[in-house]
Design a binder for this molecule. Structure first.
Ligand code: FAD
Ligand code: SF4
Length: 328
């Protein structure tokens, strides 16, 4: 595995970065920490001849309780005392990402826009060529669901489900200016493992915003993976709740690592608002999530097992949030 030569641009403003990307829209990628992009390039996965480095771009950095710059390093977020004590649920998710070394370079923006993963995609070129390439890189079929002409690669970022249950928004810059959208709506419910965002080609993620009441929520993130030292999620469940005594004031549940996008299940959690989060209600929500989740055979663990674990992890996450709120 080797990295082919590429042109490197180092813009210093958001406008310059967006303009450069627009000039090379099919032939470039943004480069943040490079911890996902460059290993993929080494495996010759969708390599572009030009990289637009974001490290010197003003306005993409900074961590406060309301705003996280897209170029904030995961390790900096972990170390920021004010942030860590205000958002212990986000801290739980970050500590589950990769290794301390990867977190020292990996950024929040890169994590939210991580390439989707699949056993048949994250392989060397030699391996992929021997089987025949697939839709997501260089080929015209899917090895996971051959009957369909779409990609089922899994969204495997650990941060998105937690930020979704805290109702985070993201700021996006493009040729037509800037806009803010709820993070949950950044990911395309009708998309697939290739076309997965509501972002025009070349748009840049600028920052993540957290609403004031996010600090009042009790949040948690539970992850299933094979090797706890650094593996990507086989499943990730985030939950966040606000309570008045036993009464639920707000409840969110997010699922990642299973489908092509991280998603919330508001239609299952909203009916609980105003009542008590009993064990029966937790069980009913878990059953609803299991019914809707559709893992496919493209990661290490069998889809039937991952589907069963969805129920177990949802029950654990909701119970943990409820019980932590009681003792708080
Ligand atoms: C050994 C190993 C284990 C890992 N384990 C995990 C894990 O358990 N969980 C997990 O979530 N991740 C894991 N990762 C993936 C990765 O390290 C992290 O997700 C990291 O946060 C990615 O950030 P980055 O800045 O390095 O992204 P990059 O690799 O620089 O970029 C990733 C993608 O996002 C795009 N991008 C980056 N920033 C922006 C922006 N501001 N606007 C528009 N596009 C942008 C890039 O063009 C690229 O397509 C692992 C990586 C390694 C090498
Ligand atoms: S799900 Fe199919 S198309 Fe997508 S990466 Fe895997 S094999 Fe390729």
């Amino acid at each position: 595995m080797h990295l082919d030569p590429f042109e490197l641009s180092q813009p210093t403003t958001i406008e310059e970065a967006v303009r450069l990307r627009a000039e090379h829209v099919d032939g470039s990628d943004y480069l943040a920490g490079g911890t996902d992009l460059l290993p993929n390039y080494k495996m010759h996965l969708n390599v572009r001849p030009r990289l637009i480095a974001l490290g010197n771009v003003a306005g993409l950095d900074g961590i406060s309780l309301d705003r996280i710059g897209a170029m904030a390093r995961l390790a900096d977020l972990e170390r920021d005392r004010a942030f860590a004590s205000s958002y212990p649920g986000i801290g739980e998710a970050i500590r589950e990402i990769a290794t301390p070394l990867v977190r020292a370079s990996g950024t929040v923006g890169g994590n939210l826009l991580l390439e989707t993963r699949c056993f048949f995609f994250n392989q060397s070129e030699f391996w992929r060529a021997s089987l025949g390439y697939c839709l997501k890189a260089d080929g015209d079929r899917c090895h996971v669901v051959p009957q369909k002409e779409k990609c089922y690669a899994t969204f495997s970022g650990d941060l998105a489900p937690t930020l979704e249950v805290l109702d985070a928004e993201v700021e996006i810059a493009g040729a037509d200016g800037r806009r803010r959208v709820p993070l949950e709506r950044l990911y395309d419910a009708q998309g697939d493992g290739i076309h997965r965002h509501h972002m025009a080609p070349g748009e840049l993620l600028v920052a993540v915003y957290l609403p004031k009441d996010a600090r009042e929520r009790v949040a948690t993130y539970l992850k299933l993976r094979v090797r706890p030292s650094f593996d990507f999620p086989e499943l990730g469940v985030a939950a966040a709740g606000r309570f008045d005594g036993d009464r639920v004031l707000g409840l969110r549940l997010g699922l990642g690592g299973v489908e092509t996008r991280p998603r919330r299940f508001d239609e299952l959690t909203d009916p609980v608002v105003g009542s008590r989060l009993s064990d029966e209600r937790i069980r009913a929500i878990a059953e609803g999530v299991v019914r809707q989740s559709r893992p496919v055979h493209n990661t290490f663990l069998a889809p039937e097992y991952r589907k069963r674990m969805v129920g177990v992890f949802v029950r654990r996450a909701l119970t943990k949030v409820r019980d932590s709120a009681r003792v708080a």
